[in-house]
Design a protein around this ligand. Structure first.
Ligand SMILES: Nc1ncnc2c1ncn2[C@@H]1O[C@H](COP(=O)(O)OP(=O)(O)O)[C@@H](O)[C@H]1O
Ligand SMILES: [Mg+2]
Length: 384
């Protein structure tokens, strides 16, 4: 597996475990392109997208209208053919898979789309059971009915199982569609604006259900949404702009790193926005025990933040240990601030994960802070 090129901020301790266990991504896209139309009308709508999603992750995909979210979702869901690039979904390479395999794969996916096409003549239970009949042909009808009712209960519609769509409100119909998308225990759920039509409480019920499925049953869930009430359910937010993934942020990780940065005296006056930008620019650099990260006398080119692990700071020809630093500590700023050579060496004492920031971005952050301070000073001055 090659390293994805889209994210810089992607360290999550469980990722390393997953890779060590040989766990494969549930979805992996490489240089994925897509076009609509032919001849002169041919128009590219997805450009060079790389993406990796692990089993049990919940991804929220956002982006302006027309940016390609639905196209990407339908490619992953095998509802469109891959034209260029590679796309592997639940271990099947879609760019080279047979039609028979596509059909099998489709049964392992739960679709929840905006236009929910419920059958008007069927009850809520019957609508949900349709999905089970398709996924498990020849299964016991009684068992399928039972499971359909249970799924309706889980989305808060236990009292409405016999109702037909006409007797249900918009939000209730949407929840029937959600139950239908989940009833066959899919390994992958693709949802386009699933909570847009729901009130706060039902939205929360659905989101809690997603989280439970992801964490307890390792179901992978991709939600396209503008509903910022549910952003907190995501492990990662993928932002699509003009057909390209612009940022792919581990939500938890971004929060952890911002907190670490705020604790650095150097950055305590940065605005939350500048901090977030800075966090976005950090490069993830793993080191094994005993690695020399910087050498005394060398030229300072980067600033480092310790995400996990421990390092020793060594000085002089005797390499006297003058400090040990751990999680949340930082080093390397002196040479960047003064322009002098490195005044100490830094060696890892354990396997260590560092985030580095280039000199250019470091200076930029510092100068933004300086201008921020100047701004405050000026505004105070103005008031007097
Ligand atoms: N079936 C189609 N034929 C031609 N163009 C399409 C088709 N579906 C979408 N598009 C175009 O592709 C672009 C991406 O659309 P879409 O994936 O629906 O974006 P989003 O879901 O982010 O709003 C848009 O410019 C849209 O007009
Ligand atoms: Mg769309």
């Amino acid at each position: 597996m090659t390293a994805p090129t889209t994210n810089t901020l992607r360290y999550d301790p469980s990722w390393r475990e997953r890779l060590a266990q040989g766990q494969l991504p549930a979805i992996s896209a490489r240089k994925l392109q897509h076009y609509y139309g032919t001849g002169e009308l041919r128009k590219q709508v997805l450009y060079d997208n790389n993406l990796e999603i692990f089993p049990g992750e919940i991804i929220i995909m956002t982006g302006p209208s027309g940016s390609g979210k639905t196209t990407l979702l339908t490619l992953i869901g095998t509802l469109r053919r891959v034209q260029e690039g590679e796309l592997v979904v639940l271990d099947r390479p879609l760019h080279q898979v047979s039609n028979a395999d596509l059909l099998k794969l489709r049964r392992e996916i739960g679709f929840i789309f905006q236009a929910h096409n419920l059958f008007d003549s069927l009850s809520a239970t019957q609508n949900v059971r349709m999905a089970l009949e398709l996924a498990e042909p020849g299964g016991s009808r009684r068992d399928q009915t039972q499971r359909s009712k249970e799924m309706l209960e889980k989305v808060g519609l236990g009292q409405r199982t016999g109702h037909k769509p006409k007797q249900l409100s918009g939000g209730q119909k949407q929840r029937v569609a959600i139950a239908r998308g989940l009833v066959h225990k899919p390994r992958l759920v693709l949802a386009d604006e699933p909570t847009a039509a729901l009130d706060e409480l039902s939205g929360r019920t659905v989101v809690d259900l997603f989280r439970k499925m992801a964490k307890e049953e390792n179901v992978t869930i991709i939600i396209v949404t503008h509903d910022n009430r549910i952003l907190d359910v995501a492990d990662r937010i993928v932002n699509l702009v003009d057909g390209s993934i612009r940022s792919d942020v581990l939500v938890q990780e971004a929060a952890i790193v911002s907190q670490m940065l705020v604790k650095c005296d150097l950055f305590k006056h940065l605005t939350p926005r500048s901090l977030a930008e800075m966090a976005d620019r950090l490069q993830h650099e793993p080191f094994e025990t005993g690695a020399e990260v910087i050498r005394e006398g060398g030229v300072g080119d980067k600033f480092y933040l310790i995400r996990q692990g421990e390092v020793a700071v060594l000085r002089g020809s005797e390499r006297e240990q003058i400090a040990t630093l751990g999680e949340g500590d930082f080093f390397g700023e002196m040479a960047l601030l003064t322009g002098h050579p490195r005044n100490a060496s830094v060696v890892t004492l354990k396997d260590t994960v560092l985030y580095s920031l280039s000199q250019e971005h470091f200076q930029q952050a510092i100068s933004e802070q300086a201008s921020f301070e100047t701004e405050i000073r000026n505004s105070l001055f103005d008031r007097q």
